[in-house]
Design a protein around this ligand. Sequence first.
Ligand SMILES: [Zn+2]
Length: 93
Amino acid sequence: MQESMRFSYRWLAWLCLSLMLWTAVAESTHNHPNNTESASCSICVVAHSTTPAASSHQGQPVFATIGLLQEEEVVAKARISVSELGIRGPPAV
Ligand SMILES: [Zn+2]
């Protein structure tokens, strides 16, 4: 059961990838015999439209303090006991 599900997911993934690849190839390589068809083609209209320019209304950057970093010391408390090291004591005579 799991093998067939795994196979179907893999096949579906390859199908989606191939469709995406073919769509990208078709969009980038298509052409039109005349300009009237390219004017009505949504791909060509989007490709040849002007890109919006980034605009900023703020001329000067604004520097303002939003907080103050307060450091706090962190000390790790380490304790190693003899039994945790696996060392046994000297033999008793
Ligand atoms: Zn086109």
